[in-house]
Design a protein around this ligand. Structure first.
Ligand code: FAD
Length: 225
């Protein structure tokens, strides 16, 4: 059976190993007489990547009990090894501060306008489900605020176009998560101090969200006993 996000200071490797084994438990339970489920939660999140960590945090912040199950040896999935460029427009605080005009409607139009094509003549990303793109456009500002309020640090405050799909983007929207003091998953190497706030990497997204998730679970266990 899956384990909840543990208290702070619990060794990550132990937690993850437990979580990974726990993910296999249902089959074992069916096959092993006497085994029973001994944990339950309002929300069980499968996978602790770019989608799973925010889902777990938001569920927890809205009062749900949450179990996160991760199959890998560390959390973060592809998000942990990604470059860390996050295109977020629609009128984010960073865009407003930089005097960049944008809105959810403009973002939606940019992502769905079939008349805009890239250098190869293709309308990249414009074949996606319209309802999902609409929801994405409407929630960019929320996503930006969520990331900032859960510990992400940007390499610079002004949005640019680095790492964005270039065709048809009316406004600079890309923000970049600073790698900070975190080890790169791929190499185990920590950036030299002078580069930590300038270099972007996905581990700078994952570790702050991981810390938020663990802190939320800690608060929960201390208030409920
Ligand atoms: C090299 C690279 C660079 C990238 N750069 C960028 C970038 O700069 N900007 C950008 O926006 N996107 C980038 N991406 C894409 C981005 O990383 C993904 O779109 C994003 O991580 C997808 O989020 P996700 O939650 O769907 O999947 P993931 O982040 O991969 O998370 C899924 C998690 O679920 C776990 N899992 C899967 N199955 C199970 C199971 N059965 N039980 C338990 N756990 C399970 C996985 O182990 C993993 O941890 C990049 C991707 C790569 C590979």
């Amino acid at each position: 059976m899956a384990k909840p996000i543990p208290e702070k200071n619990v060794d990550r490797r132990s937690f993850l190993k437990g979580a990974a084994l726990a993910a296999l438990a249902p089959a074992a339970q069916a096959a092993t007489p006497g085994h029973r489920w001994n944990q339950e939660a309002d929300v069980v999140v499968i996978g602790s990547g770019a989608a799973g960590l925010p889902a777990a945090i938001i569920a927890r912040e809205n009062g749900a009990s949450v179990i996160v199950v991760e199959a890998n040896s560390d959390i973060g999935g592809h998000a942990a090894v990604c470059t860390g460029n996050i295109p977020l427009g629609g009128g984010t605080a960073a865009q407003k501060a930089a005097g960049i005009e944008d809105s959810p409607d403009l973002l939606f139009k940019d992502l769905t306008d079939w008349s805009v094509v890239g250098g190869n003549g293709a309308g990249q990303y414009r074949y996606n489900d319209r309802e999902i793109v609409r929801a994405f456009a409407d929630n960019n500002v929320f996503a930006y605020d969520f990331l900032v309020s859960h510990g992400l640090t940007w390499t610079k405050p002004v949005p640019d176009r680095v790492g964005m799909n270039q065709a048809g983007q009316s406004a600079p929207r890309a923000m970049h998560a600073a790698i900070l003091q975190y080890e790169r998953i791929q190499t185990g190497v920590v950036e030299p101090p002078d580069d930590r706030e300038d270099h972007c990497r996905g581990i700078g997204i994952v570790r702050p969200l991981e810390a938020s998730a663990r802190n939320l679970a800690c608060r929960s266990s201390s208030t409920t006993g």
